[in-house]
Design a protein around this ligand. Sequence first.
Ligand SMILES: NC(=O)c1ccc[n+]([C@@H]2O[C@H](COP(=O)([O-])OP(=O)(O)OC[C@H]3O[C@@H](n4cnc5c(N)ncnc54)[C@H](O)[C@@H]3O)[C@@H](O)[C@H]2O)c1
Length: 356
Amino acid sequence: VIAGDGIGREILPAATHLLDSVSTHHGFKLRYQRYPWGCDYYKEVGSMMPADGLGQLAASDAILLGAVGAPDVPDHISLWGLLIPIRRGFEQYVNLRPVRRLEGVGGPLAARGDAIDFVIVRENCEGEYSQVGGRMYSGTDQEVAVQSALFSRLGIKRIVDYAVDLAQSRRGGLVSATKSNGIFHSMPFWDEVCRETCAARGMEVSLRHVDALAADLVLRPANFDVIVASNLFGDILSDLGAALTGSIGLAPSANLNPSGAHPSMFEPIHGSAPDIAGRGIANPTGQIWAASMMLDHLGEPEAGEELLGAVEATLAESGVRTPDLGGTASTAEYVKAVEERLHERRRGESHQRQAQ
Ligand SMILES: NC(=O)c1ccc[n+]([C@@H]2O[C@H](COP(=O)([O-])OP(=O)(O)OC[C@H]3O[C@@H](n4cnc5c(N)ncnc54)[C@H](O)[C@@H]3O)[C@@H](O)[C@H]2O)c1
């Protein structure tokens, strides 16, 4: 467990509290190892995590993360010092980001009532997020920066394969985000490997330029099922998707190592939200949903479903909302409402059993 910074420290305890409740009910126990890594650790020690940080995490079955980032630490230091080394070191090459409108949540498209239920499969280990490049002539008028994006056949093929599997288990629609008109080398390569991989799997894929795709996600979100995208495009599209469903505070993500060779990591998609940190008003839904995805991954899908179901029921039935969704509830009040839904459901189950 890495709570990290800002609201990460408020929403992560909320998730572990609820995890304890569902695991007890389902007859298993989670043991947490808590790591104090993040920006405060950096300010004290000079690094975001210890040099053997990955070694310490390696024995875990899964990693649950809050959020990382602080206004007085440059973002490239915090991201490249903790999150990216974990994603890459543990080959978590799939960043799975479900985007679903939850009943009872408005959002900017509420008046139109579109059904929104798609998944973004974001490539998580290469692409535009690379350290390759450099700066020269610093501080002069001739200063230049060069940033290289890295795309490999292996990297593209494995993420597309994952997206095909997922699309085949869902409604079967696969869209790939590209920009092969403007990006001369890497995106035509992405398209080529994507087409080949899909053809070999008998899967139809629609290649869409990411700018037009972004517009279409706003205009016709119900048309989308699975979207496979590079690291940068997937990152941007998933914030857009979360905003369409009502708040960035709702959206979860799973950084998966599909082979199981290393632990996978589960976190909300948002950052540390310094603008609201410390006020106890953060929406913990994305974090709780990420915890539910972790339970699925750990082989406890019924517990995961119960946890997410309680969140959905809270939003659909209770009217308890954090301020990002137009409500006045604190994080603690919202978590209490979720816990009440868990108890209600259990009472319902036990009445059903007695009636049988
Ligand atoms: N995975 C991560 O840990 C991650 C992801 C994105 C940004 N960051 C870092 O977080 C810091 C802040 O970044 P940012 O402001 O661009 O993005 P952010 O996601 O932290 O916040 C964007 C906006 O959304 C709101 N918001 C986010 N999560 C919320 C929640 N759970 N409940 C209610 N409102 C919520 C914030 O108040 C803010 O107005 C930066 O240091 C950035 O690098 C970290």
